[in-house]
Design a binder for this molecule. Sequence first.
Ligand SMILES: Nc1ncnc2c1ncn2[C@@H]1O[C@H](COP(=O)(O)OP(=O)(O)OP(=O)(O)O)[C@@H](O)[C@H]1O
Ligand SMILES: [Mg+2]
Length: 362
Amino acid sequence: MSGNEIEISGLGKVFGQGASAFRALSDINLTIGTGEFFTLLGPSGCGKTTLLRTIAGFEAPSSGSLRINGEEVAAKGPNARPVNTVFQNYALFPHMSVAQNIGFGLKMLGKPKSEIDATVAEMLRLVRMEAMKDRKPSEISGGQQQRVALARALAPRPRVLLLDEPLSALDLKLRKEMQSELKRLQSETGITFVFVTHDQEEALTMSDRIAVMSAGRILQLGTPHEIYHAPADRFVADFIGDTNFLTVPVAASDGQAATVTLPGGTQAAARLPEGMIPVTGQEVTAVVRPEQATLMPAGQGEMQATVGTSTFFGTDTHIHLTLSDGQGFILRRQNATDMASPEPGQTVGIGLGAGTLRILKD
Ligand SMILES: Nc1ncnc2c1ncn2[C@@H]1O[C@H](COP(=O)(O)OP(=O)(O)OP(=O)(O)O)[C@@H](O)[C@H]1O
Ligand SMILES: [Mg+2]
């Protein structure tokens, strides 16, 4: 990675005017490095496509600045930007064959036929569509169309590739394959990828960094590790992975760390978010990931609980528990062949290793 490919500051987008005005993006600030795999992640309607279309030049921002490769482009059209897009509704040219679709951008750039043919062949191989190169879009499946759209956008080797949920029409196996193909391709070409998904697992496995969005804002910007292990707030903690939220009183706090009183009375250290200084007695929300808690015999561990239902997922089992004060808690235990699930109604202990409890900002 070297230098900044995309710099966005104070960017906002309002659709419509007057009473029907709708603010789709608010105060977006982010820098994407050259060669970075950057993901916009968030629920439906949070503004991912709007932000991507603004970077591409299909929407003009209502405020703020947008620089690509050091150049202010907010007033420039899509064709004047070193960017290519794979849209959420990847409309292929219906009258052209698969191969012609893929070669279209190169033809527009006036590339020689030999170069176009070689690139198209490489792209067909990449997306595993060699056998269907002469078919029309109406003669291939939705997932195959999505792969052709991807190949068409990659063929001219843009500096930046914007991808709006490009794998959503693929089945799970092909999706996994295309995820690693995309990663390989991205690291081989050095093209900066801005990838949109609402699938948190896809974001965690593929990205160098993720921006978690909600209601037109970026709530957290960080590596997959940071987003998962140090969520900035309740929304991020809830959206990324499964989380237990515990309402607990603060027993002591020195501004760096806090001790909380867990259900049942045991005191435990909990990490504090930056800038939060709770007072003794204040109720806070502490989070624990289900895989960070361990099942123990009754009487051991930091908390006691009654077993509810257990759900078997193959590699692991999710055990639903009720803590001594009535709060729910889910524990995820990795399975071994000889492991029996605990009996409903049984009392068990919950062990929390050092550093697993984290207090959330209100
Ligand atoms: N042209 C438009 N005019 C008015 N509102 C719009 C327009 N385009 C998008 N919006 C609104 O802006 C918000 C963000 O839309 P956007 O398409 O960016 O969401 P998204 O995060 O991509 O969602 P999804 O995951 O469903 O694709 C939505 O509430 C949407 O209704
Ligand atoms: Mg969208």
